[in-house]
Design a protein around this ligand. Structure first.
Ligand code: PLP
Length: 376
């Protein structure tokens, strides 16, 4: 067996049509989209076509889509400048958001007067939306609600229509980290209206270092970077035409093949769950999860303690649920918030349509070498 890649929530490989498109752009369209001559106009046209593709995919208008370098950049800008420009006084979020949200909020708490409130999360990782409703009805201060669509570690899906409705009813702005849901789950800003969302190409078989954000025309914020007038003054810096065109093709393909990919991934997920059942004392973290993410906790023993290493030398790439600081390994912030036992080792397996049933079987057979198997 070649290497098995089960870390698609971390990043995904480029698909062939994306490589082809990017190759063509690299070879033939090197112009600067801000130039008014032939080469510039060609580059500009590519950027605008990509914008149209992304806007259509989200039910947005083209004027509401902006390109940038990453979802991290977009989230930083949205959180920071909504305080400055939209007079946001309170941000309600959850403690299991991605670090690009949590660390930005920590920073904002240290330099502004904004109130940051984290919603309660239960042991399955469900965010308390009744609490959200309560907070918004009790206190009408200007609020931005920042909640992620799909949790990148445990795969929990949040009901974005409900969050959107709660926010709309109470006059709050909804900002959604949609990175792990884009191209996989329904996402249309007409069905679930929101003020902001952000996406990242490398999570849906596009290139790294390019992303986009949606900003609803009613809630305009100022840019984070100053310089040129690119992206209608919202994001200075010469456009990454190769990345932007690659991202649009990747999203187009993800949407075109959504059902087909989802069916295949569902089969992989069901198969892995069935086979994991052969192992003793394992726990699958989360609830209402997306099919491409399976977070599995294993009982501790000396081989499981080295599980990531053991999987790696078995030619399996997955992701650990731990972080390392000052040489001490500890559970990730997400696992800590769902009351995960420190004794256990957690591995996140994340699939794509490229994985096969044989690969899952191979992973299970390897896992059986490191963790106890149920007695027959
Ligand atoms: N949000 C979530 C849920 C993610 O999984 C990631 C990437 O790991 C990000 C945000 C950041 O995306 P980017 O790599 O574009 O900065």
């Amino acid at each position: 067996m070649q290497h098995v890649y089960l870390d698609h929530a971390s990043t995904t490989p480029l698909i062939e049509p994306v490589i082809q498109e990017m190759n063509t752009v690299m070879r033939e369209h090197f112009g600067n989209a801000s130039s008014i001559h032939h080469h510039g106009r060609q580059a500009k046209m590519l950027v605008e076509n990509a914008r149209k593709t992304i806007a259509q995919a989200l039910g947005a208008s083209i004027g509401e889509i902006f390109f940038c370098s990453s979802a991290t950049e977009a989230h930083n800008m949205i959180l920071t400048n909504s305080i400055k420009d939209l007079e946001v006084q309170r941000i309600i979020s959850s403690p299991i958001e991605h670090h690009c949200i949590i660390h930005t909020l920590d920073h904002l708490a240290s330099i502004t007067d904004v109130e940051i409130v984290y919603l309660n999360v239960d042991k399955l990782g469900s965010v308390d939306l009744y609490q959200l409703e309560g907070l918004l009805t009790e206190n009408k201060k200007n609020t931005l609600v920042s909640l992620m669509y799909v949790n990148n570690e445990i795969g929990n899906i949040i009901d974005i229509s409900r969050v959107s409705e709660i926010c709309t009813t109470n006059g709050a702005l909804f900002h959604c980290d949609t990175v792990q849901g884009i191209g996989k789950l329904p996402l249309n800003v007409n069905d679930a209206p929101m003020a902001f969302l952000a996406g990242s190409a490398h999570k849906f078989n596009g290139p790294k270092g390019v992303g986009f954000f949606y900003m609803n025309g009613d809630n305009i914020i100022s840019p984070m970077m100053y310089g040129g007038a690119q992206e209608r003054n919202m994001r200075a810096g010469t456009e990454n035409i190769i990345g932007i065109t690659g991202m649009a093709v990747a999203l187009e393909k993800a949407i075109e093949q959504k059902e087909e990919r989802a069916d295949h991934i569902k089969k992989l997920n069901r198969h892995m769950r069935t086979r994991l059942d052969e192992l003793a004392e394992i726990v699958i973290n989360g609830t209402n999860q997306i099919d491409n993410i399976l977070s599995v906790s294993f009982p501790s023993n000396e081989r499981v303690d080295m599980l990531m290493f053991n999987l790696d030398i078995s030619r399996i790439s997955a992701s650990s649920g731990s972080a390392c600081s000052s040489g001490i390994e500890h559970d990730s912030h997400v696992l800590q918030h769902i009351g995960h036992s420190k004794e256990r080792k957690t591995i996140r397996f994340s699939f794509s349509h490229f994985n096969t049933i044989e690969e899952i079987d191979y992973v299970i057979e390897k896992l059986k070498k490191f963790t106890p198997v149920k007695k027959a």
